[in-house]
Ligand binder design. Structure first.
Ligand code: C2E
Ligand code: CA
Ligand code: CA
Length: 596
């Protein structure tokens, strides 16, 4: 059919409709009128923004709130009145809206009225570019409740809603989860995803709770983009969210959603003048595959989260209940561990810890190596978690300490200056009832002075079993052993434990150092930790220094001690002897270190 004939036909239909149904056109007009009155009298402002960001339409309420007449705003860029950081936030909203058509993107934006008063607007944006009658992005905004009277609005919040994020709170989540599982029973499968914000506690501690709250509100808004009939979002705990989704039975069915969650954190968050790069880690469990009841489903997702966190930040991890799901390599390692110890497949390598100003070697860190006959050299990051799970780490730890004592004796025999040696101890080793006594027994047997020993523990050790740990640490320190907190900044805990535990050394995690200076959050945190350690009179070691640039920033921050590939990789005992003899370990300013 030709175009003109379609038009002609449509005209006839419209005429006929008018003729046959005058009431309908009246109703339409009435509806339009009501819509106009609503928009004009509303305290909400409605805007339609073109794809290039200019305002196509703005409702008259703009004058009541900002003091500008609609004609002063139409045709202008929607973000024209905003300060740079708010402008950035607004542009991010636009880009989120472009990427998620039909989803509501929410944000709070600070703006100045024509009279110069600063107010906070609560904005909802929705991409309607493909809707022929609109062909734009709809923005709906009002003065934020946090700007009007927060207490008042909070008082009205139902108890099941979390006050800060307005999402279902933990209590409500548990009943919602059981409800979803009951509905899914026998038919559908679902997944529970726990989303944990990496390093949130540190942001809270360093930037303050006010900023922490702002960040949580922004994160909640981004996560809300995932919500559909099939996806439920709740606040699980302080810095954790829970997502319940029904997409299928297998892990693969949830990968697109997992990737969507991670992608939501690609763009930084703007909290006042801070631009924060935030990442999250996810733990996922599947119903009915991993658990039959809600409690086990939560536990499994949480266990997966912990495992994923141990592997590093920005990770997702599905729960896997049994050995069948783990790969063959892991099976091999598990099977061969005992034999490997008897057959001498393990070795200790040492990495120098250096004074960054004088290059003097102050101590060495002992790191375990496994040369497997089939798999070759295996990283401890791979086998330590298995050793912890099986409890084999306890025997391994004892072997390592004896080996360290032997090396120390050897260096002394060669007339080399005595150095402190740092060893890593996991929470499983600490859980041993006579942990301190067994260390003391080995030191006695090998005749090593305890003051040469540093024990590195992670933050999780401190939280897992606080009472015993406090007592054990005290006993270790009484005999002259120093205690270091390793991977500082990556754990779940808050800084308050630094007051409870008597820590000698903080080792700031390499992930912070390696992001200096490109990542602002890492740089701020590193600087603050260095200052904090100085104020608390705790020694600080920067881990994972790889580039001269990182080194010069650390020195600028007044950080005195560090280790990393820039100085030396972990090396076997005989190679280290040369370095100890020189007493110095210079930074290797070569092409590799410079990243060329
Ligand atoms: P860790 O205690 O944080 O040790 C530092 C890790 O960073 C070591 O990895 C080291 O080789 C690596 N490293 C040092 N400098 C740099 C650098 O500049 N860049 C980079 N990218 N990496 C650097 P390694 O030896 O693979 O050990 C991994 C983890 O395994 C250790 O992390 C520690 O948690 C654990 N581990 C190693 N040996 C033992 C042990 O005897 N007992 C226990 N419980 N855990 C151990
Ligand atoms: Ca360590
Ligand atoms: Ca470390």
């Amino acid at each position: 059919m030709r175009k003109s004939s379609i038009l002609a036909r449509n005209k006839t239909i419209a005429k006929n409709e008018k003729k046959h149904n005058p009431g309908e056109s009246y109703a339409l007009k009435n509806l339009q009128r009501r819509f106009q009155v609503l928009v004009q009298d509303s305290h909400d402002v409605f805007e339609i923004i073109n794809s290039d960001g200019t305002i196509q339409y703005i409702s008259p309420a703009v004058e009541k709130i900002l003091g500008y007449k609609p004609e002063e705003r139409i045709g202008k860029p929607a973000y024209e009145l905003l300060e740079p950081t708010e402008k950035y936030k607004f542009k991010q909203m636009l880009s989120l809206a472009f990427n998620h058509p039909d989803q509501v993107v929410q944000e709070e934006i600070k703006i100045k009225t024509k009279a110069g008063q600063e107010i906070i607007l609560s904005c909802d944006m929705r991409n309607k570019l493909s809707e022929p009658s609109i062909q734009g992005v709809i923005l709906n905004w009002r003065v934020s409740s946090s700007d009007r009277n927060r207490e008042d609005s909070q008082a009205k919040a139902p108890a099941t809603l979390d006050e800060l994020t307005r999402l279902p709170a933990r209590g409500a989540f548990e009943s919602l989860l059981s409800q979803h599982m009951a509905e899914a029973r026998g038919e559908e499968a679902l997944a529970l995803i726990i989303v944990d914000i990496d390093r949130f506690k540190y942001i809270n501690s360093y930037l303050g709770y006010e900023h922490g709250d702002q960040l949580l509100r922004q994160i909640s808004r981004r996560l809300r983009l995932l919500c559909t009939d099939q996806v439920l979002l709740c606040r699980f705990s302080g810095d954790q969210y829970a997502i319940v989704a029904a997409r299928g039975e297998g892990q693969d069915d949830y990968l697109p959603l997992v990737e969507e969650v991670l992608r939501l954190f690609d763009a930084p968050f703007i909290v006042d003048e801070h631009k924060l790069d935030i990442s999250v880690s996810l733990g996922i469990s599947l119903y009915p595959h991993d658990a039959q009841d809600s409690e086990t489903l939560v536990k499994s997702a949480y266990a997966a989260l912990l495992r994923g966190k141990a592997a590093g930040k920005k990770h997702y991890q599905f729960y896997s209940a049994d050995v069948e799901h783990k790969n063959y390599r892991e099976f091999l390692l598990r099977r061969d561990m005992q034999k490997a110890l008897k057959e001498g497949q393990f070795a200790v390598h040492y990495q120098p810890i250096v004074n960054l100003y004088t290059n003097e070697v102050l101590a060495v860190e002992a790191l375990l190596r496994w040369k497997h006959p089939l798999c070759g050299m295996i990283s401890p990051a791979e086998f330590i978690p298995i050793m912890e799970e099986t409890g084999f780490i306890v025997d391994m730890g004892k072997w390592l300490l004896e080996e360290v004592c032997r090396s120390h004796k050897q260096w002394q025999k060669e007339g080399l200056p005595p150095l402190k040696v740092s060893i890593n101890c996991s929470s499983v080793q600490f859980a041993e009832e006579c942990f301190v006594e067994s260390i003391q027994a080995i030191l006695d047997k090998m005749q090593l002075d305890p003051r040469y020993l540093i024990i590195e523990i992670t933050e999780s050790v401190l939280i897992d079993n606080a009472k015993k740990v406090i007592a054990d640490l005290q006993k270790l320190q009484e005999i002259g052993i120093l205690v270091a907190v390793d991977d500082f900044g990556t754990g779940f805990s808050s800084l308050s434990y630094l007051l409870t535990f008597n820590i000698d050394i903080i080792k700031i995690d390499s992930s912070f150092i390696q992001n200096i200076p490109t990542n602002k959050t890492s740089t701020i945190i590193t600087h603050s930790v260095i200052n904090l350690a100085r104020e608390l009179n705790i020694k600080l070691v920067a881990e994972g220094i790889e580039s001269p640039e990182q080194l010069s920033h650390l020195k600028r921050f007044n950080c005195h001690t560090g280790q990393g590939y820039l100085y030396s990789k972990p090396i076997p005992q005989h190679q280290l002897a040369e370095i100890i003899a020189n007493k110095k370990c210079e930074p290797q300013i070569n092409a590799e270190a410079l990243g060329i």
